[in-house]
Design a protein around this ligand. Structure first.
Ligand code: SF4
Length: 421
């Protein structure tokens, strides 16, 4: 599973153009951010004078779907003159709900969303991600797997990849407009190129980007722990333009639960991979997604998840309390009590806090290349190259990449405190 399935559904990102009336509200995965930008550009290109609100919804958990509906209702309420367009995964799973909701102008299904092409870009005369620090570049869509809890293959269809030449063209464009960091994203990015006649892999894409573009800071959005072949391993551990940070789609630290989830890795795979990467590149920081309270998860199974955080040196955890999705295998299983699920989520979030503190402590004293995401009231905030949050009590224009010496931890904001050097 990628970040796009159970992960990141707790996030909502809003962008509005100061000079126009196109606003996007994005829930869910990074993939959705990219698509929201495309849709915004298409509308600006076709009719820049329209008042439009696009809500890119998510359905990966029950909660994500609830939040999506809430976001649409709120958008209708707060923008009575705007055309409200609903798209994303919940536009499919809750089609009737949105169709019958007063104030929804149009529903756009995932396969009707705007595809990136240079023509759209030129017509709009604007920059994709113009107000962003980093660009999320969608290189793959859909998924051929059938994890037992996941609705994504139903909402997004089979895996499809963008041609490498097209990806290179887009990255050159991002570089030309000064975007400092590019995150390659996809629903199941490890399947990249499986759908081509002359099979390609993620390693092929990464190598080509490195050889043919000027991109200085590359990241991969989220990958399966068992999908990293030797070439990709060599790239992420040796190529300095790939940032020392990976987000792993782990979901559980217990092999029985992983089997029931129909995942394709074991806890041993995760431990082995993380330790091998750290041996080769010691400043790596790992992020990961976990679902807690999956049907059949015992206290012992959950204990294995907690142990895995330490054994695999995981630092940036996203914890998702399990919620069954209609039409999935896991929804037919005997569910755990909600109180058990919630209390395990709380325990794992506390573990996550300790793990993040440990990673931040280990980085104190180092000077790292940081990307400044914003600056408010003379305080600059951003991320280190290994994706730890950092704050500097002095002004710097954003976005920018600057070296920062990491001095201490700001316990109140839970970030590293640094100084520009
Ligand atoms: S089916 Fe599995 S691999 Fe595919 S998107 Fe869902 S969780 Fe990820």
């Amino acid at each position: 599973m990628t970040k796009n399935s159970q992960a990141q559904c707790d996030t909502e990102c809003n962008t509005a153009d100061q000079n126009t009336h196109v606003k996007t509200i994005t829930l869910g995965c990074r993939f959705n951010y990219y698509e929201s930008e495309l849709e915004r550009m298409r509308i600006l290109a076709e009719n820049p004078d329209q008042d439009v609100v696009i809500i890119n919804t998510c359905t990966v958990t029950h909660e994500a779907e609830r939040q999506s509906k809430q976001a649409v209702r709120k958008a209708i309420r707060e923008n009575p003159r705007a055309k409200v367009i609903v798209t994303g995964c919940a536009a499919k799973t809750s089609y009737e709900y949105f169709r019958d909701l007063d104030g929804v102008h149009k529903i756009v299904q995932n396969d009707e969303k705007t595809k990136f092409d240079a023509g759209t870009l030129q017509k709009s005369g604007r920059q994709l991600f113009e107000d962003r620090t980093r660009a999320f570049l969608q290189i793959q869509n859909g998924c051929n797997h059938h994890c037992s809890y996941c609705i994504i293959p139903y909402t997004r269809g089979k895996s499809q990849s963008l041609p490498i030449e097209f990806i290179v063209e887009q990255i050159k464009y991002f570089c030309s407009v000064g975007i400092n960091e590019i995150v390659l994203s996809g629903i199941d990015i490890m399947s990249y190129g499986d759908d081509f006649q002359d099979k390609k892999s993620l390693a092929d894409v990464m190598e080509t980007i490195i050889n043919q573009t000027e991109a200085q800071r590359l990241r991969i959005s989220s990958i399966d722990p068992n999908g990293i072949d030797d070439r990709l391993f060599a790239l992420i551990t040796q190529e300095k333009r790939i940032m020392p940070n990976l987000h792993l789609s782990i979901q559980s630290g217990d092999n029985d639960v992983l089997r029931k989830m129909r995942r394709r890795h074991t806890r041993e795979d995760v431990i082995d991979l993380c330790n091998r990467i750290l041996d080769a590149r010691s400043d790596f920081v790992f992020g990961s997604d976990f679902i807690v309270g999956f049907p059949s998860e015992t206290d012992e199974c959950f204990g294995n998840t907690v142990k895995l955080v330490h054994e695999a040196h995981l630092s940036l955890l996203h914890v998702f309390p399990f919620s069954p999705r209609k039409n999935t295998v896991a929804a037919q299983m005997i569910q755990l009590p909600r109180t058990t699920i919630n209390s395990r989520a709380k325990i794992l979030r506390d573990v996550a806090q300790d793990a993040l503190s440990l990673a931040m402590t280990q980085n104190i004293g180092q000077t790292r290349s940081c990307i400044i995401e914003k600056c408010d009231d003379g305080v600059s905030v951003g991320k280190t190259d290994n994706y730890l949050p950092v704050k500097v009590k002095s002004r710097h224009d954003a976005p920018a990449v600057v070296p920062c010496k990491l001095l201490s931890i700001d316990d109140q904001d839970n970030v590293l405190l640094g100084e520009f050097v």
